[in-house]
Structure formats: structure tokens, C-alpha cells
Design a protein around this ligand. Sequence first.
Ligand SMILES: [Mg+2]
Length: 346
Amino acid sequence: MSLETTFKRRSLPLDRPFTISRGTTTETEIVTVEIVDEDGTVGLGAAAPASHYGETAATVEAVLPDLLEVVEDVGDPHQLARIERRMRERVNRNPSARTAVSTALHDLVTKRLEIPLYRYWGLDPAETLETSFTIGLDDTETMREKTEAAVDAGYGTLKVKLGTDRDVEIVRAIRETAPDARLFVDANEAWTPREAVETIDRLAEFDLAFVEQPVPAENPDGLRFVYERSPVPIAADESCVTVADIPRIADRCDVANLKLMKCGGLREARRMIHAARAHGLEVMLGCMLESNASIAPACHLAPTLDYADLDGALLLADDPAEGVGTPDGRIDLDALDRPGTGAVLE
Ligand SMILES: [Mg+2]
């Protein structure tokens, strides 16, 4: 068998500037990967590199030739374990670049088998759930307006970015605007352990499902300090990168937030889900600012999750790819009428 591979960098402007505690983004860069078999079937994947984890579009482009050489050498897309092992031997970091190749291979394999990806894994599309919609940081009135727009658009689960000196005011305004919504909040490492405990104590009255990454990942003792004192469940995101982190966070949080762009591929994500469950953690799958080219594959893991935060493509002004439909935020795998991940470049 022979496989041909190509990749392409794309700049994607956001619908509106997106702010978290670490800064503001107006545009995101992704790199799409295509792997074509001898019948002309195309597998599509994409990297959405995050500078927080040491990657940019340029670093992805720098390592993709090595990774795709492995794919061409092995030549058989069904040899996922062999290809992923050899890619890790060549390039140990660069998780979003490896994820792009992993998802393109999964897309190609399941297109060759003419089934959607979730059927390849034997998952039940009825066990799906709804994605949260993220409200980025802004002045409180604008965050209230964004909340109103999200509720009007049908989203029942909202994730609110925090890490300001008016976090309680923000959550109060959002809870008033969306009294029935399920609410997550995400501090993106902004608080000290003591600030986190004080703030979460004050936020508890607003009925939050969990508080994500209250303190920096470099402070695991601080995470445990908050976890042991918090009246609200705690989720770990920046503290939870690969499967090796699961035992490290198990007695420091309630929810593990995995992302394909952190862990390096769909197979690693599945290992993390199993490991997290074995450690008694709930599982959320999150995302970066991403196109449907990489959100669609993530959607196929929905039946294995407790929470999905897969709204990256909803925050773009214009997505070059179509993916899995999310009417009213619900990840609708059942409605997917094509094989593979469902990601299609326009
Ligand atoms: Mg987060």
C-alpha cells in the first residue's frame, strides 16, 4: 500500500476577540493534514497548536515532514499503533502535530471501512451529550450580552472564563441572565490557592457544576489545598496533559479535562479516559480555538464523556471545514450521514 501526504497552514479569524486570564486572541492558526490512499480516499486531520504548550503553526510545520515520513514508511493506515509509536519515537513533544496525523489516519481508516468513527469504536451515539459554549472575559455588561445570545441560540451549558478582580460580579450577572443554565467556570491558573478558596466560597451560591484550573499547574500542592477546601467540584486542565498526569491529579481534583491538542492523538485520549475512570475521576473533553477539522473527531468520543467543551469552531468567523452537527449544543452523532470523522473541507 502507498500513502501520499500533504499539509497546509491556515489563518482563521475569530468571530470576536476571545479573552482568558492569560490574554486576548483575535485569530488562530491551524495546520490541516491530508493522507490519501491509492484509491484516492482522503483522511483529514488538523493541528490547533497552543503556545501555552510550546507549539505554534511554525513548529507544527517543522515536525510534520518527519511525522508524515513515518506514515509513508509504514504505508498501511490501519497500523495505527505502529505509526503512533514510531511518531512518538521521532518527535516526543509537539502533541498537536501528532494529533493532526492521528486524526487524519482515523478518518482515512474509517472512510475505507465506510463507517463513522464512533462505530469503529463501538460507541452508542444515543449516549451523547451537549457541548458547553464559552463566554470569554470582557466587561461584565458585554459578558451578560454574550450570555443572553448563547441562551437564545439554544445553549444550556455555559463555561465562563474568570481570573479578574470582579469574578463574583461576573458570575452573579451571568447566573441572573441564565438562571437555568448549567455553569462551569475556568480561572485558567489565575488565582493563588488562598484566593481560589476565598473566591470559590463566594461563587458557591451560584450553583456551579465545577471550577476549572483554579491555580497554576506548576503548583500541584496548591491544587490539592483548593480541592480539599472547595465546596464546588474542581476540574484540572493545564494540570492534565498526558496519561501520566492522571495518577498525579487523581487526589487533587474531581474532573480531568483532556484535549486532543495536549495529549497527542485519539488513542492517547482514549487511554486517558480509561485511566481517569480507573482513578475515580469524571472526564471532560475540551478543545483549543479549532476548526471542525479537529473538533469533528473529538465529537466521536462524546459517548465516553461526562462533559464536552467542544465549542472551538463555534468561536470562528468562518470555518473552512464542516463537522458533526450540534443543534442546541447537542453533539448529534446519530445525524452524521457520512463515514470517517465527518470533517470535510469546503
Ligand atoms: Mg480550561
